[in-house]
Ligand binder design. Sequence first.
Ligand SMILES: [Zn+2]
Length: 224
Amino acid sequence: MAELVFFSGTMDCGKSTLALQMDHNHRARGRAGLIFTRLDRAGTAVLSSRLGLATDAVEVDEGLDLWDVVVTALTGGRRVDFVICDEAQFYAPAQIEQLARVVDELDIDVFAFGITADFRTQLFPGSQRLIELADRVQVLQVEALCWCGRRATHNARIVDGAMVVEGEQVVVGDTEGGAPGLVEYEVLCRRHYMRRMNSKAAHAAALSADVLPLELDACALPQL
Ligand SMILES: [Zn+2]
């Protein structure tokens, strides 16, 4: 019985590496797959990992019907035993429903990989729909770490070195131009996310205190 599985994690937890590994493992067993991604760090229509591996993929543009893509591949004589979806947090809820239909009506496994929540700690629409519809949600066990060494569970957006908690939901990081400032992302533990203490702020605080502010007393919750 085919399944819709959502592999979730923070940034930097190796989701894309696992997606590539899963593709490799299935192909090594003679199975053929389709790979989808959206807004990959390496550009359009490619699935890449931070470890340097990459493969071609179908770019999930807004409005693309994933059910149609799979059916067209099948009717064109292509074998599709499984579907891998990277950056699934960026897919529209309707596209997630198309994936569920692929599982149910075509009996094809769909493995989706994505970040659950954005830099404001709110669920991405695609991830929310996956949590609602998936047969299984699997939290990835390769743990990203906060600068303090705790398990990182939250994605922080950093603009020009300072953490922000408001703004557009999707701004692709590590790019200059467009929106004002350099946008980067950093994974943090909840404690340091809530205190808006990214690594740069922690080091700045350390300069005045001689030690890293590992103790929570050393970094107060922001006044709301
Ligand atoms: Zn921390």
